[in-house]
Design a protein around this ligand. Structure first.
Ligand code: ATP
Ligand code: MG
Length: 395
């Protein structure tokens, strides 16, 4: 089929009243950024729809795959365009379309006409029955079913004619850039890239922070996190990734605090630093991949202790999900294969054999006072030595 254009359907942003134009503008910009490298396209807004028209040759699969990554799109309709706004042309193009798209197999269909151009001399119903009639004549295998057709042949009469029958499911959500920015705590695991994806899907721009512990963690572990950020940025747009050297803080905790509390204390320092970075970079929330009960540091009591240091909202979209559900999303968004690469993460090196599963906040706070002499310097040095990597998806 020779598709030259796509019609983009969006649901939720259609309901935002006056803000609708802002949302549509942002969605158009996001679409443009996603498909810019794939050809020459004109993107137009018209009557609550967005049309993407190819001005030169393009790879259909590549463009559809890229459009599937744009948050805010619920449906992608590949359309054929007929320039002549007259009935004979509509009829011929419809027949040509059915022939190429479905051939002579048995199916039920219905013609559905939308007449945006009211100066067109026929009523929608008339077009439906006339075109339907000609199709039946051409394809004896077809049957009409107005209630539950296999194929809904949609004809839109505008300043040109648009014909389509297929709606490819889009990513849904809201266009990135319509809901502020948040700081994702991105580890090399399965959960945090999924968490970033889920929040970004609601229109949120992402920055990310990774706590690195050289030489206990390798260059490859760091590269893995950069690679994960790159995959997530294929949906969320470019990500400013802050890489924090966390080694000295971890060593100090290891040296001075009870070993069964290491993970909780370490997680509290991660949250403090992440919040500091969020505040300095215009982010209004933190995002983590935590899920209740998944590991010792994610029991209700542990989450309570970790959360206690935060003053801004912490979003944990995986919180009520089973691991398999998180894995399913990571496979869908293509982070899974990278996440399971076996490079050690800073948390796994300093873990206790028997971490507390029900930490007590007062006891944790008391243990943290053992760091009083050193922590301010270490904290400041960690902030001062941050390495920033700007990550974007170039595929
Ligand atoms: P993930 O699969 O996301 O690594 P996890 O199951 O390994 O999660 P934890 O190691 O307890 O769980 O981490 C919980 C959350 O804390 C992670 O989802 C992530 O948001 C954050 N986190 C953990 N380690 C790091 C790190 N080294 N850098 C940045 N964030 C981290
Ligand atoms: Mg982890």
């Amino acid at each position: 089929m020779d598709y030259k254009a796509f019609m983009i359907k969006y649901a939720e942003i259609g309901t935002k009243g006056k803000n609708r134009y802002v949302f549509e503008d942002v969605l158009c910009s996001r679409i443009k950024e996603h498909i810019d490298g794939l050809g020459d396209f004109a993107i137009r807004r018209e009557y609550g729809r967005i049309y993407i028209e190819a001005l030169a040759d393009f790879d259909y699969e590549d463009v559809v795959n890229e459009l599937k990554k744009v948050f805010g799109i619920v449906g992608i309709c590949p359309i054929v365009v007929e320039e002549k706004v007259e009935f004979d042309a509509i009829r011929d193009k419809s027949i040509e379309y059915m022939k190429e798209r479905y051939g002579n197999k048995e199916l039920t269909f219905k013609v559905y006409t939308r007449r945006a151009d009211k100066s067109f001399p026929m009523e929608s119903m008339e077009v439906n029955s006339e075109v339907g009639h000609y199709i039946l004549e051409q394809f004896p295998e077809y049957k009409v079913d107005v209630h539950n057709p296999d194929v809904m042949l949609t004809i839109e009469i505008r300043e040109r004619i648009y014909i389509y029958s297929e709606i490819i499911k889009g990513a849904g959500g809201l266009p990135v850039g319509t809901n502020g920015k948040a700081m994702l705590l991105l580890s090399g695991g399965i959960d945090s890239p999924v968490a970033g994806y889920m929040i970004s899907k609601r229109g949120v721009e992402l920055e990310a922070v990774y706590f690195n512990a050289p030489p206990y963690t390798s260059e490859r572990a760091k590269q893995k996190v950069i690679d994960l950020a790159k995959i997530v940025s294929g949906y969320s747009g470019p990500i400013k990734l802050h890489i924090v050297n966390f080694t000295d803080i971890q060593l100090a905790i290891y040296e001075k605090c009870p070993h069964d509390e290491l993970t909780i204390i370490m997680r509290r320092y991660m949250m403090r630093i992440a919040e500091h970075l969020a505040n300095n970079n215009g982010c209004h929330a933190l995002i983590t991949g935590e899920s209740i009960g998944q590991v010792a540091s994610q029991t209700m009591q542990s989450l309570y202790c970790t959360n206690e240091v935060c003053n801004i909202p912490v979003f944990r979209p995986c919180i009520g999900m089973d691991k398999q559900d998180i894995i399913d999303i990571s496979e869908m968004i293509d982070t899974y294969e990278t996440s399971i690469l076996p490079y050690e993460d800073c948390c796994t090196i300093f873990v206790a054999k028997h971490p507390v599963t029900k930490p007590n906040l007062d006891i944790i706070k008391r243990s943290e006072t053992k760091l009083d002499d050193v922590i301010e310097d270490l904290y400041n040095r960690a902030i001062e030595t941050i390495e920033v990597v700007y990550v974007k998806n170039e595929d």
